[in-house]
Design a protein around this ligand. Sequence first.
Ligand code: SF4
Ligand code: SF4
Length: 176
Amino acid sequence: MIGFACDVWAGLFTILGAMRVTLRHLFSHAVTVQYPTVRRTLPLRSLNRHVLTVDLGSGKLKCTACDACAKVCPTRCIAIVGAGKGKERHPVEFVIDHNLCMYCNLCVEACPFDAITMWTGNFEIGAFNRLGLVFDQTALHAEGFYPTPDTPALVAAPAQQPVAAGQPGAQDAATP
Ligand code: SF4
Ligand code: SF4
């Protein structure tokens, strides 16, 4: 009889201990969000899908098709075809295969012209087949300002800089 009472008490004690943990988390702030209805603002330097940046003055791609990013890429997932010479050189084809990309950011660091960035906030690149993860120059072309390793200050001071509405640079402007 005494043993039975001890077992019951031990069971109750265990349940109360578990309930204490449950109650503690019941009234604490939730760490999850209802994605995709609610979206967290990503850190500025989070690495996402590439974008080829544009010169804010001319609106043209900064890329000169120098091939440095393709050569440094450890997975060989960048293919570039350039045209023109000297200051007129530009890419006519620029393809990144995200089936192979490992998000190392080496291509961005190697670029001497700040022409490519992964600070784009665009992480939703799921596809139904592998071809859907191959991005050509049209897909990689930026329509507005995207922050780069050389331009985080433009995000920190959006009032003086042309950060396009709806771009990740504008989204992150409040929390650089
Ligand atoms: S992030 Fe790395 S793996 Fe991906 S394209 Fe750039 S260099 Fe290649
Ligand atoms: S993105 Fe940069 S490194 Fe790559 S080809 Fe263009 S200018 Fe060269």
